[in-house]
Unconditional design. Structure first.
Lengths: 356, 356, 356
């Protein structure tokens, strides 16, 4: 029974959101249905990626996991870029980063900490994650501060954005090389343990061929549902008097990351806090170091270049999230109160974004 | 002889400042006398709290210590709020935070470090303190930066201030729960040792009934003397051409924290650096996470809402203090040079506030 | 043969740059020749300092090393101050700090990390270095932020600059006392090992008398070549349309630090990463805590006071460099990817400075 629940709901909401879109139901209804649908298709994509990873071997699998993990955000981002909604793209990037660093990580540490007094994970990985987060804010912060003090011609802003985006993508690819190949064992500990336990827990439900087919199917479904969701945003925000930035940073971001949320919290409760941190922090690093710069490049393909310059409040939100997350994760020990502090910061940012 | 010195001076200066106030002596004389008087009554309040704590048992005692510890600052703050001197309230909050983090902590590490080459304390407590400090600046920084980039209607600023203040108070109360109940031993080490030694050193001089009476008496005295002191500030600052912010941030803050200053330095010299850090950092956390938000709520009772938006230089001062204090305390090891660095930063801030 | 190569090239380029200067060759040619010449004379000065240090004993030697180490930067700085080129002085101070923290340190960690999987050094030294870096940015950041929010009369800015400069110099001298005398062993580990090995590797090539003579000669040569180099900058920057700040921050800074660059990288490859970090971080600390404040005092001798107020983008550049360097060095472990992150930040800053 339980086995058929997920595929059933997945299909139901996908079909409903398709009908809603083509029959032009009210924007609110379309928004709600396609938002729920995104959660299911993102979950489906996650499962398919995991299954393909299993057959592809650990190294290639890890890479697939890393790149497909944020596929939903990437596709939503490309659609927003195509529509020229640059402000909402940046707001949803901001929201993904702070949502992962504060809400996902915060709930994981809190839930895990209620069950386990103190949870531990690899200190070296914590340190590397912290440094990567710092590089990510530097890359977003430097162009913004330089532009604020010097009027630059438009083509210089474009060049600067392209070069910074290129540096970030190279840094991200080399991080995959470093963390998955040259220094895999240096960063391991929870991962090691997982590797032993995983075969017993997650016997792949699908064959190799099935897994690949499902991966392609899931990606296509994510693309469609994302498009339908994005189509409703304009009307929806106007109707409720919400600012574009609040919807981008909180609504779209929470919906797009729903799959990661539940996985990270469950792992934390099973005392696999290292895996939780990898999902939450790793996901926000992918957004900042890979998804955001790729969107800059993609915008050039559509002929309308998007720059990498974020607004002051977006930078402030990302900056404070990185600082508190770095401070809390850097000793490789976590507890319930640290989770709560992250949630408190998320609440402060949420209220501030809502009120402007 | 020595036994009667403190009560004698306490009474003498209290009576003198009362006479000065009602006989309307010159503002300067009144200021000097009531400033000295505040130091004595704050010391008296500290002793009474400690004695009541002894009878109340460790947990309730710790809580009383934590809440009465900054009673003088809180009462001075309430009086300033009542008079509508919001700028001076914020300046004195700023001053209390940086005074504790830089001057009290700096002098403690320096004095302790001259006697003991390297002093150690609990690294986990250091980490938690650091994260709480970061949350405190985020809470003050976020509303300020959002307001700078977006014009907000006055009632939104009021709502934002109330909500942020509420979040901080909840975070502070849960910190008491975490640090005194659920993770008491995780954060202990110096505290443990103290617990064993304290009975011998501090046999309570007063009975239970006496202690409670003295606690009430001391609180009333603090309230009166604080009121008289605040009454002189306007005339005093005008006369010497000092800015309100310099007086609030340096003069009022030093006077109001005099009791903590001496206690922290003495403990450091006895190699109880953990207790020193707890007084200095703990006190500044109380101000930021409890006293400041309570004052926001209190201002609503007086019908003149105070917002939680600090000026750029106050935020800069608090921000740099938190960064250097976090950097110095995070490894759980201290030495004389680290104390000196804190004092150097205090001097730079002091000169800057004096010159504007 | 190899033995005569360095003195030969040193003499050749020194003579060439002298001829170029007096025969008034084209600015570009003069610039190139004297830039190469600075690299050689800085290397000569480094060798002479090392040799004198050998005879002076470890303590006095360390002090000499510390003060003569940045002699080239100091002399270039004094010449720029004399010409009133305050913007270029500050740009070259900025460039020296970020060049050492990002390029020198980055290349060292990268080169060392390619040969050695993980390199270790003293964690206590890492912590102290981090705190000193924070104090350095605070000292530069506080006057700038206070000035931005309050209009100050010119003489107040001058007083503030002098006092902050004085505090930094005192802090730096006490750091020498702390690190070389009172807590020498606390910060040692790589240094210890070096002390044992050095005699075998670096038998001083020169006698005591020779060493002192060479030290004086090298200092004089540095002074001359620096003067000639500075003389060409105006014409050179104008000709290539480069901003003064780009030339100061990248060209002058790279040339002036060439000697440190090669030394630090070679030491890292020999797995003496502690010594590399000391050169790179130590050098940037000297610039911030000693060279910059000395230049403020020197400007008063020339009758044209220079303030200590840096521009927003200079502060941003120094700030981000300190944050990433602190984050990477604070755990006392390094690897090739951390070096690469530092170089990535340097590239982002370089492109930004170039485009404005």
């Amino acid at each position: 029974m339980k086995k058929y629940l997920f595929p059933g709901l997945l299909t139901l909401f996908f079909v409903l959101s398709a009908i809603g879109h083509f029959a032009e139901w009210s924007a609110t209804l379309q928004f709600v249905i396609s938002a729920i649908s995104v959660i299911f298709v993102a979950g489906f994509l996650g499962k398919a990626t995991e299954s393909v990873s299993h057959y592809a071997g650990q190294r290639l699998g890890g890479f697939l996991n890393a790149t497909f993990g944020n596929a939903a955000e990437l596709i939503i981002g490309i659609l927003l870029v195509k529509e020229g909604l640059f402000d909402m793209v940046k707001a949803s990037i901001t929201g993904s980063i702070i949502g992962n660093l504060l809400l996902v990580l915060g709930l994981s540490l809190f839930a895990g900490g209620l069950k386990h007094k103190v949870q531990h994970y690899n200190v070296s990985l914590a340190g590397m994650n912290g440094s990567l987060m710092i590089v990510a804010i530097i890359a977003l912060f430097v162009p913004a501060i330089f532009l604020q003090s010097h009027e630059l011609p438009k083509e210089h802003i474009t060049s600067l954005s392209i070069i910074v985006a290129g540096i970030l993508i190279v840094a991200y690819l080399l991080w995959l090389l470093f963390s998955m190949i040259t220094h895999k064992d240096y960063l391991a500990d929870v991962t090691e343990t997982n590797a032993e336990e995983l075969p017993h827990e997650h016997k792949p439900a699908w064959s190799k061929r099935q897994s690949i087919l499902y991966l392609i199917l899931a990606t296509v479904m994510v693309a469609f549902v994302s498009e339908w969701l994005v189509g409703t945003l304009d009307t929806f925000t106007a109707k409720f008097g919400l600012s574009e930035i609040f919807v981008g940073a909180f609504v779209v971001a929470i919906v797009g990351n729903a799959a990661e949320h539940s996985a990270a919290i469950l792992l934390a409760m099973k005392n696999k806090i290292g895996a939780s941190v990898e999902i939450a922090v790793g996901s926000s690093l992918q957004i900042a170091l890979f998804v955001a710069p790729v969107l800059v490049f993609v915008s050039h393909l559509f002929g309308r270049p998007m720059d990498i310059v974020f607004t002051a409040i977006e930078l402030a939100a990302i900056g404070v999230s990185v600082f508190i997350a770095k401070s809390i994760t850097q000793d490789g020990q976590t507890n319930w109160y640290e989770g709560l502090l992250l949630i408190a910061v998320y609440a402060i940012l949420g209220v501030s974004f809502y009120l402007i």
